[in-house]
Design a protein around this ligand. Structure first.
Ligand code: FES
Ligand code: FES
Length: 214
């Protein structure tokens, strides 16, 4: 679906922008000159950013200070990703970029130009839940649900990290594959805070997907 914030690239616009923007980074060369809102004095010029979110490609004009979180929520209206603290402390904003979990409030959208992003909406849908989503439902891994999208994205990303052999602070043998264990899960999920305190149920849900008894 095309959103009003998105822009289209025409051959003519591309050539015009390329001629007009010789002093700005190469990425801005894709910007049709007529599509660029004039920046107010002292503000950076908007830049074109392309993101593939949950399989759909979006071309946006963004203030370069826009976080990935605000891009998802305010520009693409994917409000499943939550804003808790907005400064990297709670994990509610966790999404996956190129398959790796990331706090989307701590990173700028322009840093991910061309990247593939997966949000909670892209993991699964009602009637076709991702196994981690289904396990959270089965084990009551939430109460208010505010932290839950971040918890689920983080858990999916965490198991992928472990499968790739990424060690954690509690990994005993850095030369061996990380052991799937509740201790590892709890350490690796420590960046995702749940104010409702659903931690034991969250651990059970993750354990079920990983095949480990919590
Ligand atoms: Fe990003 Fe809290 S909203 S870590
Ligand atoms: Fe309420 Fe986690 S379910 S904050």
């Amino acid at each position: 679906m095309t959103h009003p914030d998105e822009f289209t690239i025409s051959r003519r616009g591309l050539l015009k922008a390329g001629a007009a923007s010789a002093s700005v980074p190469a990425m801005a060369g894709a910007l049709p000159a007529e599509a660029a809102p004039a920046p107010t004095a002292g503000e950076p010029a908007p830049m074109p950013v392309t993101l593939t979110v949950n399989g759909s490609t979006h071309r946006l004009m963004l203030d370069t200070r826009t976080t990935l979180l605000d891009t998802l929520r305010e520009h693409l209206h994917l409000t499943g990703t939550k804003k808790g603290c907005d400064h990297g402390q709670c994990g509610a904003c966790t999404v996956m970029v190129e398959g790796r979990r990331i706090n989307s409030c701590l990173t700028l959208a322009v840093m991910h130009h061309g990247a593939k992003v997966t949000t909670i909406e892209g993991l699964g849908q009602p009637g076709n839940l991702h196994p981690m989503q289904a396990a959270f439902v089965k084990h009551d891994g939430f109460q208010c649900g505010y932290c839950t999208p971040g918890q689920i994205c983080s858990a999916v990303g965490m198991l992928a990290e472990m499968a790739q052999g990424v060690p954690s602070h509690v990994t005993a043998d850095l030369n061996a594959a990380p052991q799937l264990s509740t201790v590892e899960f709890r350490e690796r999920m420590s960046g995702n805070i749940c104010r409702c305190g659903a931690y034991s149920n969250i651990a059970e849900a993750i354990g079920e997907v990983a095949g480990v008894k919590a």
